[in-house]
Write a protein that binds this ligand. Structure first.
Ligand code: THU
Length: 130
């Protein structure tokens, strides 16, 4: 199954009763293992946890720490754009050249990179004097 197909399938499991906006994400780790996540909202924090964060949490729990490729899917008029927090979370585990595929359930797809999504990323180098 492709990453987009995996993301499409996990999106169906999203818990999004507040936004009604379901998102699916799937990533391939450097090990080759594939991890998936969907957004999970709750009444106290209706924005909940993003699909990308879910996939990353599954990856870390699975013992991987390097994203080789990631895909995100939603039912949006144009390919869904990861929020700022997710961009930083993706950048924590991916080099700048990692391909990010953003797509709609109709199949409108665009590809970008982690560096293009988050130029000027704050990384550990900034803390090298500590
Ligand atoms: N959401 C994601 O899961 N990923 C994104 O890239 C954009 C937004 C979720 C968070 C929330 O559950 C809903 O979409 C509306 O913001």
């Amino acid at each position: 199954m492709s990453l987009i197909e995996t993301a499409r399938k996990v999106r169906e499991n999203a818990h999004a009763p507040y936004s009604n906006f379901k998102v699916g994400a799937a990533l391939r780790a450097a090990s080759g293992a594939v991890y998936a996540g969907c957004n999970v909202e709750n009444v106290a924090y209706p924005e909940g946890t993003c699909a990308e964060a879910g996939a990353i949490a599954a990856m870390v729990a699975g013992g991987d720490s390097q994203i080789a490729e990631i895909a995100v899917i939603a039912d949006s008029p144009k390919p869904v754009s990861p929020c700022g927090g997710c961009r930083q979370k993706i950048a924590e585990f991916a080099s700048g050249d990692v391909i990010v595929t953003l797509t709609t359930i109709d199949g409108v797809t665009m590809q970008t990179t982690v560096a293009d999504l988050l130029p000027g990323v704050f990384d550990a180098d900034y803390m090298s004097r500590v």
